[in-house]
Design a protein around this ligand. Sequence first.
Ligand code: FES
Length: 75
Amino acid sequence: FCPHGRPQPNAKVNPSILKTNPKVVDTVDVEDISEKAVFCRCWRTKNWPYCDGSHGNHNKETGDNVGPLVVRRSK
Ligand code: FES
């Protein structure tokens, strides 16, 4: 990051997930979500597209504050 908090022009968000794809797109059917689904937004999970808690280490190492998207069914 530059001193103004903006990412460097060549900085990549995704370090390792599906790097042979020109674009990573995921589709999940709502019907397949039972109670809730927790999706990764830090791009560090080993269980893409789901969160595996790796954002915790990423935040600790970088001072970032990213976390997952939780999709919940209302009761
Ligand atoms: Fe990426 Fe949790 S592992 S948001």
